[in-house]
Design a protein around this ligand. Structure first.
Ligand code: NAD
Length: 394
């Protein structure tokens, strides 16, 4: 089939297998160019390993540290008539590249929130890998079924306390208008914490520990975003921010149980991923971040951030920690002069000057690239099969 992007609002409903594979190879190449991560991990589990920051974590561990990796994700396989989701193709390509490099890689395509998926992962690790020295928790999901009660919780992206009106870009119509978001109810806040907070991370660590799968010096990390004034009302100080605060609580609780190991929340910068493109105001904010940081020469995507997290954070003797024990990789985005430039540009952006004042072009290119489109060297007029041969996800 000829595969062209089918974009619906903030999501693309198909993906290109060859484009996704090329993206994975590009990230691997980046890590190889930068060189090995000194003292890096050897046995790694990445929960949420197929796209965005989780995929970059897996690539950095494997190709920066020659690590064996197990990845867990929730992705749609292909049929003869329909493409798979991008994360499926990314992971198939990762497996192929790992195999060629002689690195162990296995993946479980299932619901990471469930007990069954945790059990399946444990059995796989016991059989094939042994104790872990790094567990990366990089899930981003709009809902979670509680494994004990069976109840389904849905998260919301809403302010807390009062309504918030903000400038928003509709990435379909390229119209900019004010959106007003009503404040979340207490129940909505609690549900968002249940989905995106630290409970499931703790359950993973407890299950792995009980199975004897954590090496004495095992590290674990979960990801968060803090942002600054522009994004606080909808992110940092909103429902999602509240859920992310719960990660700090979970990190502390996990640290208490890990002995010599360490548990950290790492603050990463805003980048285009399937999850961030669904958050109101983020597409416009990220377009401005791209503009300013590219001008400054400080622009980074997922793989640049993750390589720095490994070398300047997780495996550094002098990690950049804040007062809450978080590893800060958002230091360049949050430079006061960078934020000041973004804040000055923000009110000036209109539909007419969108492409001059912001890097919306770069944003759109990165968005399409997430699904394997617009990648150099890929022939998008070629007839390709949506089915990738030899995929061995469990
Ligand atoms: P993403 O959408 O690219 O990745 C989400 C991953 O979670 C995918 O691998 C997906 O398959 C997996 N997943 C979702 N539901 C699942 C389920 N039920 N079971 C198993 N796997 C499931 O998202 P991302 O932006 O890379 O986000 C990863 C983490 O990084 C999140 O905690 C997010 O808050 C954080 N973060 C993101 C940004 C950003 O700008 N994108 C910035 C800072 C921190």
């Amino acid at each position: 089939m000829i595969i062209k992007p089918k974009v619906r609002g903030f999501i693309c409903t198909n993906a290109h297998p060859q484009g996704c594979a090329a993206n994975v190879r590009e990230q691997i190449e980046f890590v190889k160019q930068r060189g090995p991560v000194a003292g890096g991990p050897k046995n790694v589990l990445v929960v949420g390993a197929s796209t965005g920051y989780g995929l970059a974590s897996r690539i950095t561990a494997a190709f920066g540290s020659q690590a064996n990796t197990v990845g867990v994700f929730f992705e749609k396989p292909p049929t003869d008539k329909r493409t798979a989701s991008a994360g499926y193709y990314n992971s198939a390509a990762f497996h192929a590249e790992a195999k060629q490099a002689g690195l162990y890689a296995a993946s479980i395509n299932g619901d990471a929130f469930s007990d069954a998926c945790k059990q399946q992962t444990i059995e796989l690790l016991q059989r094939d890998m042994g104790a872990l020295d790094l567990v990366v928790y990089s899930l981003a999901s709009p809902r979670r079924q509680d494994p004990r009660s069976g109840e389904l919780y849905t998260s919301v992206l809403k302010p807390i306390g009062q309504s918030h009106t903000a400038k928003n870009l509709n990435t379909d119509t390229l119209k900019i208008s004010d959106v007003t978001l009503e404040p979340a109810s207490e129940e909505e806040i609690a549900n968002t914490v249940k989905v995106m907070g630290g409970e499931d991370w703790e359950l993973w660590m407890e299950a792995l520990s009980a199975a004897g799968l954590l090496a004495p010096d095992c590290k674990t990390v979960a990801y968060t975003y803090l942002g600054d004034k522009l994004t606080w009302p909808i992110y940092g100080h909103a429902t999602i921010g509240r859920a992310k605060e719960d990660l700090d609580r979970a990190a502390k609780a996990i640290r208490g149980k890990l002995g010599d190991g360490s548990a950290h929340v790492s603050v990463l910068k805003a980048v285009v991923t399937q999850s961030s493109s669904a958050i109101p105001i983020m597409p416009l904010y990220i377009s401005l971040v791209y503009k300013v940081m590219k001008d400054e020469g400080t622009h980074e995507g997922c793989i640049e951030q993750l390589y720095r997290l490994f070398t300047e954070g997780l495996y550094s003797n002098k990690p950049r920690l804040d007062g809450d024990h978080r590893l800060r990789m958002d230091n360049l985005e949050l430079r006061p002069e960078t934020q000041a430039r973004i804040e000055a540009l923000w009110p000036e952006v209109t539909e007419d000057n969108l492409f001059q004042m912001t890097d919306f072009k770069g944003y759109t290119e990165d968005f399409l690239k997430l699904f394997g489109f617009g990648v150099d060297g890929v022939d998008y007029d070629a007839d390709v099969s949506p089915v990738v041969e030899g995929v061995d996800f469990r």
